[in-house]
Design a protein around this ligand. Sequence first.
Ligand code: NAD
Length: 253
Amino acid sequence: MTSISRRVVLITGAASGIGLAAARAFSQAEDSVILSDIDGSLAIKQAEKLGPSHMGIKLDVAQESSVNDAIAAILSRYGRIDVLINNAGIVDPKGTPAINKDLNEVEHILRVNLEGCYTMARVVGQSMLQRGQGVIVNVASMAGVMAIPGRTAYSMSKGAVLGFTRALACEWAAKGIRVNAVLPGYVATEIVRSLVENQQVETRQVNRRIPLGRMAEPEEIAEPIVWAASNTYLTGSQITVDGGYHAYGGSGP
Ligand code: NAD
């Protein structure tokens, strides 16, 4: 079994963006990090760069069998998972109005963004409940509390993740498990880059609506994720990290 430095942290969607930045931040805090992603080979490559106490693995949060297999492999190597970061997520790629949306696309977004969190929490939660300790951080979005026109499925999924966070936090608090959500605003990652490339998002227009005048860097979201996983009195909370976007109050561009 791998020698464990401090906490054992499992991150979904960790091959890029916010998940990768969080993996780096936890590793800098001397934690052992499992970088999981539907792109298993990239997750393995990224883990190798972090060092030998870390691990990369293929895990598709939308496939229960993939989740079960990966968690079994992780537990056999590390013996436990202390922290679960439910970060994997996808967005409505075309911004189609709700009335015209392809229901298969809506279902797929809900399966990854919402059911993915639930499946991960249930499978990892079994071992956390047995040990009577654990922490879960769900990466939601400002889209869960504000309208982002054209991203109906994404907004539905992220709003539901917030409800799930509150419900699970209350159910598991007495069992030693804390559950919180981090709500990023716009972050300069692949999700946003592809929307910009497809002319779904116009960077200058977005930046005008953000009081701090720019999108976040992934590291600026990783930091509150690490904090949410570490503070011992935090549960059922929503931590907004959006450059003032919500305070500004307008609906998204
Ligand atoms: P990203 O595209 O860089 O990273 C997402 C990662 O999830 C990718 O590595 C991808 O391969 C992986 N992934 C996709 N489907 C998966 C699946 N079924 N199983 C496992 N992994 C899967 O994007 P990001 O911005 O880093 O997104 C991370 C999280 O942050 C998402 O939940 C996203 O909704 C949320 N978020 C992002 C922004 C933003 O502006 N970038 C804003 C608010 C919330």
